[in-house]
Write a protein that binds this ligand. Structure first.
Ligand code: FES
Ligand code: FES
Length: 183
């Protein structure tokens, strides 16, 4: 059986030795200790395991690791830049767009893909794009609000520059831990 020897994850080439038929999620979580991506349905139906492959959302639970070989993979752990959370991570915190947090990493990565393609999505466009991400806690209205908030922040980055980066705030840390994969 062919093996996959490396993956490009969050801008770094990571060495692995994985059966090419294994799913990407198990390699990320078990071999690379990137546990932000969650295992839930395991059938491509819920979106909890969503990562970006070359910028596009992918269900890592049903994606063979061989499909991701040679492509750029982004997980929730890779969204922070220079000690600052991605604006959509910030917006999820501000809007309290989570309860248990199990869907959150996948939601955020799908949302990032949406915002990379659309600067100012409508409610309908957000709902349509995020259709495959399920939240059992029912935080959908807050998730939509967070995406709108992040879209605004991305359109007007100067207006956000006075904000403290979230890692400096004690109260935000438990939520960040959930989004970053403490589960
Ligand atoms: S765990 Fe992958 S889609 Fe549900
Ligand atoms: S916050 Fe619990 S599943 Fe979405």
């Amino acid at each position: 059986m062919p093996r996959v020897q490396s993956l490009d994850v969050n801008g770094t080439i990571r060495r692995i030795d994985a059966d090419s038929a294994r799913n990407l999620l198990s390699v990320l979580r078990d071999d690379l200790d990137l546990t932000g991506s969650k295992y839930a349905c395991g059938e491509g139906q819920c979106g909890a395991c969503t990562v970006l492959i070359n910028g596009q959302p992918a269900r890592s639970c049903i994606t063979p690791v061989s499909v991701a070989e040679g492509k750029k993979i982004t997980t929730i752990e890779g969204l922070e830049q220079d000690g600052r959370l991605h604006p959509l991570q910030e917006a999820f915190l501000e809007m309290e767009a989570m309860q248990c947090g199990f869907c959150t990493a996948g939601m955020i990565l799908s949302g990032v893909a949406l915002l990379n393609g659309k600067q100012n999505p409508s409610d309908a466009e957000i709902i349509g794009f995020m259709q495959g991400n399920i939240c059992r806690c029912g935080t959908y209205p807050r998730i939509v609000a967070a995406i709108h908030k992040a879209a605004e922040a991305l359109r007007n980055p100067e207006s956000q520059s006075g904000n403290d980066p979230s890692p400096a705030t004690e109260s935000a840390r438990p939520e960040q831990a959930r989004m970053g994969g403490a589960l």
